[in-house]
Design a binder for this molecule. Structure first.
Ligand SMILES: Nc1ncnc2c1ncn2[C@@H]1O[C@H](COP(=O)(O)OP(=O)(O)OP(=O)(O)O)[C@@H](O)[C@H]1O
Length: 282
């Protein structure tokens, strides 16, 4: 029997629409079973005012992320990946088009942005508090989340006592504390060394499979995109458009050096090089 689940669908206002105080238009919506999309980007364009007038950064982008899907957004530096992610996050508004998400997404960036004066556990508890979790439940939930990111026992550790990889694990736990259906990640592992990054790729894949979250992951690292995603979306530059998409049917666990991963990475790199030759890098 089909279940009816009320969800809050958050849509970022396009030009000509009036957003609420937080910059979004929120429509309470009742749908049958799960939402059809974790994120829906429809004909989105974005311009910024620059010294030479309006600069068109994103041009008519349409892209869906299905519930439970892992999509990587790949492209040359400056092609507009972060701009698009910010629009999905509701941090900015499109110049044209609409962005719809299944609830408010959780965010994770290259910089962990943890509060250094709080312990790992208290950083997570703060996210739980903002979500309205009662005080009596926060400690237990924070410990569970630390266990999920394999940091059992790190509850009382201060940020300066943690390695770069551990900080990103805490940042991941804090993002998961929001219990969003959609996790937006902007190069979260770019500042880590190759070995730590490789380990965190495995962890993220495990957590994604366990939680069945939808993930939209921005990177300019082709190997990372292929290692993680079910679908890789390549953006062109000047302005950013969807240049090509690949469905990655390679079973997990994947390794960068696996033949299928390496072959697809070579194919995508060639395409990316072509994009850079055609449009330059900014
Ligand atoms: N708030 C802003 N005001 C003006 N221009 C902006 C703003 N945000 C981004 N841009 C411009 O938009 C373009 C795309 O930037 P964006 O950061 O989205 O690219 P990116 O693909 O994420 O790059 P990278 O991989 O280097 O992080 C750049 O030319 C940037 O200068």
């Amino acid at each position: 029997m089909a279940t009816t689940t009320p969800i809050a669908e958050t849509r970022t206002a396009g030009q000509g629409e009036t957003p609420g105080a937080d910059g979004t238009v929120t429509a309470g919506k009742t749908v049958t079973a799960a939402a059809a999309h974790a994120a829906r980007i429809e004909h989105v364009s974005k311009s910024f005012a620059g010294p030479a007038g309006q600069q068109l950064v994103l041009d008519d982008i349409s892209l869906d992320v299905a519930p439970g899907e892992f999509v990587t957004l790949l492209g040359a530096s400056g092609c507009g990946k972060s701009t698009l992610l910010n629009l999905v996050a509701g941090l900015d508004r499109p110049t044209a088009g609409t962005v719809t998400t299944d609830g408010r997404p959780a965010l994770m960036f290259q910089e962990h942005a943890l509060f250094p004066w709080l312990s790992a556990g208290k950083n997570i508890e703060l996210a739980l508090k903002l979500r309205g979790v009662p005080k009596s439940e926060r400690r237990g939930k924070a410990e569970e989340l630390l266990e999920l990111v394999r940091l059992k026992g790190a509850y009382g550790k201060r940020v300066h006592e943690l390695s770069g990889g551990m900080r990103q694990r805490v940042a991941m736990a804090r993002a998961l504390a929001q219990e969003s259906q959609l996790l937006l990640m902007d190069e979260p592992f770019a500042a880590l060394d190759a070995i730590t990054r490789d380990v965190l790729h495995d962890e993220l894949t495990r957590i994604w499979r366990e939680t069945k979250l939808s993930v939209l992951f921005v990177t300019h690292n082709v190997g990372e995109a292929v290692r993680l995603a079910e679908r890789v979306v390549l953006l062109s530059s000047r302005p950013g458009r969807v240049a090509r998409e690949w469905t990655v049917g390679i079973p997990h666990p994947r390794r960068i050096e696996d033949t299928a991963v390496a072959e697809l990475s070579v194919e995508i790199t060639e395409e990316l090089r072509g994009e850079i030759r055609r449009h330059g890098q900014h």
